[in-house]
Ligand binder design. Sequence first.
Ligand code: CA
Length: 253
Amino acid sequence: MLVRTIIVEEKQTKVISQLACATEEFDMTPRILVVEDEERIRQFLKRGLTYENYLVDTAVDGKDGLEIARDNPPDLVLLDIMLPGIDGIEVCRRLRAASDVPILMLTAKESIEDRVAGLDAGADDYLVKPFSFDELLARVRALLRRAQPSQPQVYRFSDLELDTGTRQGRREGQTFDLTAKEYELLELFMRNPRQVLTRDVIFDRVWGYDFGGESNIIEVYVRYLRQKTEMEDLARLIHTVRGVGYVLREAEA
Ligand code: CA
């Protein structure tokens, strides 16, 4: 699996012009908030995303970002972790407390701690610098697509329910909230009950792009879903199929 890495530089704007624009599916132009203190990257993202027909607001630090998000609610936030003052993790937590806006974290380090901290704070995804602009675009499109409302329905499996309108789960009369990624993963399971879903299929359907092979992001999200669906002591519904993937099925007697 080839993951292209393009160092974020001004000259890469010519790459942008070759990329297909896939924003026509939206009725309204999505508004993206870029929170990044490093001017070169901030300007690069603003130019590139504007070229791709997104409306782009930029913020130079966390405080600025929170104010802009409040005054002009974005459809998606690109959030750098290392920011002066209020850092990206804290900004993420505060944004998440106020809305379900998709949040894509930008991290400078290949640090597992940073990624997990971002996900714990409610981020939907992360990208490690240096990143390729087309990978960034793919993730932006995937996150925006998932945020699109559709005809609400309720999936049911055993005593578990998933409401596509409220994007909440329910089991044994207890309703629980889901982050955007948790929701997509649970929806995939609910649409394919009793079918073993391989890791490749899950990556493809939920993350929607080639992901670095060694990532443990599926395990992290399955763990989140188990915490939510099993509450205190309810029987496990999402089972590990060792060496293959996962399956939604009733607990074995
Ligand atoms: Ca920074």
